[in-house]
Design a protein around this ligand. Structure first.
Ligand code: NAD
Length: 248
């Protein structure tokens, strides 16, 4: 069977667990070499490293804070040095600090914007010159359905994810002439540690709002990332693909 990402190098931020990890594993199964980041070099990141290595591709982990501009540039430099090239960037690192707006602290606002939105800018800024020189590349950023619809209790998170969409559409226009594509994925309710932290009652309520009557699996988001990373989407850029079981 042909592999969709043979000879490609993919860099995925915040991939020690969750959606990022499943994207890394699926890309590796499709033949890509994998560079991934997360905040700490710990058991989680080492386990992910071993699982990817077991698939027989080249893999490296970089402990790095994606919201740090200089650190992001250093990671991209290291990836190009270690792998020889970079073809796919997935801006996945993200956090929530949920609360109603009137209770939201300045710190909760700043942290979420800094980690969710600025990280995507940092890595896009660092990777773009490499991809543009090659005249090929795919940038994929994780937005969210709440970045499209808004959500009570998530003004900071929703604003950061709406920002991802505007960033994506803008750079798609800037880089299109160099054959660098840029798209966003807007997942709905996906079963990861991020959502498992929600109270049981909130979890149940979410599921009743989903026409497909279940949360999504991280692998189901990874399959859309694979489409956007590969030549299957060679004329798709500046788009937001929702992966949400028909949740409006
Ligand atoms: P997760 O919390 O399971 O994983 C996020 C990973 O990012 C963690 O490993 C964490 O350590 C890492 N990370 C956090 N801050 C970082 C930083 N500054 N630098 C580097 N790494 C950092 O979350 P997830 O559910 O897998 O979410 C992945 C992405 O998908 C996020 O951007 C999230 O906002 C988005 N998303 C998730 C859902 C969902 O329902 N789970 C829905 C919509 C969008």
């Amino acid at each position: 069977m042909s592999e969709l990402l043979n000879d490609k190098t993919a860099l995925i931020t915040g991939a020690a667990r969750g959606i990022g990890k499943q994207i890394a594993l699926l890309f590796a199964r499709e033949g890509a070499n994998i560079a991934f980041t997360d905040l700490e070099d710990n058991e989680l990141s080492q386990a992910t490293l071993s699982e990817i290595a077991a698939l027989g591709v080249q893999v490296r982990f970089y402990a790095s804070d994606a919201s740090d501009f200089d650190a992001a540039h250093q990671v991209v430099e290291a990836v190009v040095r270690d792998f020889g090239h970079l073809d796919i960037l997935v801006n996945n690192a993200g956090i929530t600090r949920d609360t109603l707006l009137l209770r939201m602290t300045e710190q909760q606002w700043d942290q979420v914007i800094q980690i969710n939105l600025k990280s995507a800018f940092n890595f896009t800024h660092a990777a773009a010159p490499v991809l543009m020189r090659q005249r090929s590349g795919s940038i994929i950023s994780l937005s969210s359905v709440v970045g499209i619809n808004g959500n009570a209790g998530q003004a900071n998170y929703a604003a950061s994810k709406a920002g991802i969409i505007a960033l994506t559409k803008s750079v798609a226009k800037e880089f299109g002439g160099r054959n660098v594509r840029c798209n966003a994925i807007a997942p709905g309710f996906i079963l990861t540690d991020m959502t498992k932290a929600l109270p049981e009652e909130t979890l149940k309520q979410f599921v009743t709002m989903i026409p497909m009557r279940r949360g999504g699996e991280p692998e189901e988001v990874a399959k859309v990332a694979l489409f956007l990373a590969s030549d299957l989407s060679s004329y798709v850029s500046g788009q937001v693909i929702q992966v949400n079981g028909a949740m409006a």
